[in-house]
Structures are given as structure tokens and as C-alpha cells.
Ligand binder design. Structure first.
Ligand code: ZN
Length: 420
């Protein structure tokens, strides 16, 4: 059994994406706008048709709608023939996703169901997707089906491998291509075995071995400029030339902040995922924390959800494991040395003294507890041996395993973890 798993793991390819800025000519940009417009048009056409069919007692599906659209495409929408059929497909694909999400939320009984809405020309994001078979990438050049001249790319593609698809989109006045490539994961040996990661507000993260990643709080630093631009925008008359100018300035500013934050997070998550094989991290309820307004700005700033996402896919890439610890696990309140729980610990207390006499740094203590709990979960589930053996034989044992502590420890929670 284990052998079979190893055999299949050896051939596992992984998806990687590289987003590259495009330098289209004016004509090419016109075509990109048309293609995005086509995707938006078919989405709206499909949504209107869906509603009509539903009211007529039929059971609509995006797949059938696409076939119906293609049957009348040449005759009724001849302009769309100049654009790749992938742009048409994008609309129906998005429609399918929108309804799947809507049905899922209905099933879960969510308060916000989010019935799919029509996409407006002005406010919707301009983007479309193309299959890998319909594009060619050669050095700095991206050739798209039905577009005569190749588009210049600011960078060359970082990965070697088969292009599965590309997504082309516009953001704050620039066009980008995100190239999805299937690549073989690298042979990698982690220098360290395990680590606990405490994501925080004061520091971006504190590791169980005492390493700290600084939180740059980018948004706060530049809050003043943001406020000035927002004030400037509110003074302008909506829709006027000056208003548009300030709005573009604001969009560029937001994008720069987002890019810098992302860069900071990427550096940290690559470091952690490539250094430590077993990574314990808290499954924080980000949505719930954002509702606490006092914490909201700092948390949105640090981007916990994005950090967790990056850790899990990068860990899979390097052949490691991310273990998510239940959000109700008392990581900060638990003394790492004696197992006492300090029920009175407040958010403001950075350091506390336990009954056993230990002086504990809040974040470091939490990181140590998270690491131990992660190892406990892995040991109980029998994964530890596999993790240790897998890489030793030069074989990728599996990708990241997300162990949900709440499902595994239902009856033990919130017990004190045994000392490993
Ligand atoms: Zn203690």
C-alpha cells in the first residue's frame, strides 16, 4: 500500500502560476478589452437566459447554455467571431462558478446567499481565460489565438513545463497574464524537522525556536497619504476628468501597498516552508476576527488568511506538511512547561508568570504549544513516521495534509496536550 502511494507520488505534477505584466500595443489593448467584454457579455447573456429558463420551470445549466449560445453565435453575435472562443467559454465558466457558490451557500444556510448578479461594464474586473493549447509563449512574447501579433511580456516565464492555461486581466491601468504551468516538484531536504508558527499582530509571526518576522504595518505607515487622496477624491466632481485622475492615483496607490505586503508575506512563507518539514499553525477564524473592529485594521494589514494559504501550498511544493490547530486550542493561555491554563490572560499582556514559576513570553509560548500540538496530532494519526521516512528515500510522500484538529480531537478538546 505504502509502496503504491510512493509510486504514484513520484509522478505527481504540481501547478504553479506566474503573473507577468504585459506591454500591449494600442491595437492589442483594444483586442484585450474586446475579449474581456466578450467574457462579460456571455456571462450576462447566460445569467439572463438562466433566469428565463428557471422561471419557465426548466433546470438550466451553464454547460447547456454555452451550447445554446454557440449554436446562435455566428448568426446573432458575429462580432464575437473575431475573439477566441476561450473568451466566450470564460463567461459560462464564471457563471457556473457563481451558481455553484450560490448553491453551496444556500445548502450551508449562510445568511448572505449572494445570488449571481449582472456584471456592469464600468465596475466589473476585466479578465478572460485561455486554454494552454491556444497560446504560445516564446521568450518575452505571448501569442494568443486569433490575435495576429504576439504581445510583449515584461518578464520571461519562470517555470519550465506545460502551460495549462493563462488568465489575462487588467488592474489599475495595466494588463497582466497569469500563466498556469504544470511542473515537477523539486527534490528538497528540509534543514529542520518541525516548527510552531504563532501569527500575530505585534510581530507578523513568532516561531517556536524564537525567530521573529517583523510586521511592517504598511497600511498604517501610509494611512496619511491614503486619507489625503481620499479627501481629494471627495472634493472632485464624480465622473469629471480630475475625479478620474485622482481615482486612478488611488488605485495605483492601493496596488502598491498590496504588492509590498504580498512580497513581505511571500518571503516569510517561502522561508518557513523550505526550512521546516512539519509546520503547526493556528486555524484562525479570520472572518470572525475582522468583525472585531479594534483588531480589524491590523489583521487585514497582516493578511492571516493569505499567509495560511501560502504556507499550505508552498509546504506541499517542498514535500512538507502543514498541520492546522483548532482555533479553540488555548495556545496563549496554556503554560508550555507545566500545562496550567491561565484563564485571566488578556490580549494586552505580553508576558506572564505561571503558577509553576515560569516567566512566559506570550507569542513564543503560543508558538511552542502550537508546535507540540501539531506533533501530537501527527503522531496520533500515524503521519509522523511517513513524513520522516518519505523524504529519506528521496520520494515525495504526499502534499500538504491539512489536519483539522476539531474533527480529530472532538472528545479531547480542549484538553492539555501530553508532553511529547
Ligand atoms: Zn506553568
Amino acid at each position: 500500500m505504502a509502496r503504491e502511494a510512493d509510486e504514484s507520488a513520484r509522478t505527481t505534477l504540481m501547478r504553479k502560476a506566474h503573473k507577468i505584466r504585459l506591454n500591449p500595443t494600442l491595437e492589442q489593448e483594444q483586442w484585450l478589452l474586446q475579449a474581456s467584454g466578450t467574457a462579460r457579455f456571455t456571462y450576462n447573456w447566460g445569467l439572463a437566459e438562466w433566469q428565463r429558463q428557471y422561471e419557465a420551470g426548466e433546470k438550466p445549466s451553464a454547460y447547456v447554455l454555452k451550447k445554446q449560445f454557440n449554436a446562435i453565435r455566428r448568426e446573432q453575435f458575429p462580432w464575437s467571431m473575431e475573439i477566441s472562443k476561450c473568451a466566450v467559454d470564460t463567461g459560462f465558466r464564471n457563471l457556473d462558478t457563481a451558481f455553484s457558490n450560490f448553491f453551496r451557500r444556500c445548502k450551508n444556510g449562510d445568511t448572505k446567499k449572494g445570488y449571481p448578479r449582472f456584471k456592469s461594464k464600468r465596475h466589473s474586473k476585466k479578465s478572460f481565460r485561455m486554454d494552454g493549447s491556444r497560446v504560445k509563449i516564446d521568450g518575452h512574447w505571448l501569442k494568443l489565438e486569433k490575435l495576429d501579433e504576439p504581445i510583449n511580456m515584461a518578464e520571461m516565464l519562470r517555470f519550465d513545463g506545460g502551460v495549462k492555461s493563462v488568465t489575462i486581466s487588467e488592474d489599475a491601468g495595466h494588463w497582466y497574464v497569469a500563466v498556469n504551468v504544470e511542473v515537477e516538484p523539486p527534490e528538497h531536504k528540509h534543514p529542520q524537522e518541525s516548527v510552531g508558527v504563532d501569527l500575530g499582530i505585534k510581530a507578523l509571526a513568532v516561531l517556536s525556536n524564537g525567530r521573529e518576522f517583523e510586521n511592517q504595518k504598511l497600511l498604517r505607515l501610509e494611512l496619511r497619504k491614503l486619507k489625503r487622496l481620499n479627501r481629494e477624491l471627495s472634493r472632485r466632481q464624480e465622473g469629471s476628468g480630475r475625479w478620474n485622475c485622482t481615482k486612478a492615483k488611488l488605485a495605483r496607490f492601493h496596488r502598491r501597498i498590496a504588492n509590498r505586503r504580498l512580497d513581505c508575506q511571500h518571503k516569510m512563507t517561502t522561508d518557513i516552508a523550505s526550512t521546516y518539514q512539519i509546520i503547526g499553525v493556528e486555524d484562525l477564524n479570520v472572518a470572525g476576527m475582522l468583525r472585531n473592529h479594534r483588531l480589524a485594521l491590523s489583521i487585514a494589514d497582516a493578511g492571516f488568511g493569505e499567509i495560511q494559504r501560502q504556507l499550505s501550498y508552498k509546504s506541499a511544493w517542498y514535500g512538507g506538511v502543514v498541520v492546522e490547530i483548532d482555533r479553540f486550542f488555548p495556545s496563549s493561555k496554556l503554560c508550555h512547561f507545566c500545562g496550567c491554563i491561565n484563564g485571566n490572560l488578556t490580549l494586552a499582556e505580553r508576558e506572564w508568570t505561571c503558577e509553576c514559576g515560569a516567566v512566559l513570553n506570550r507569542d513564543l509560548n503560543a508558538a511552542l504549544n502550537i508546535e507540540r500540538q501539531a506533533l501530537n496530532i501527527l503522531r496520533r494519526s500515524g503521519f509522523t513516521e511517513q513524513v520522516k521516512n518519505g523524504r529519506g528515500e528521496g520520494v515525495r510522500p504526499f502534499g500538504a495534509i491539512l489536519v483539522e484538529a476539531s474533527k480529530m480531537d472532538e472528545e479531547r478538546r480542549p484538553s492539555i496536550p501530553a508532553v511529547v
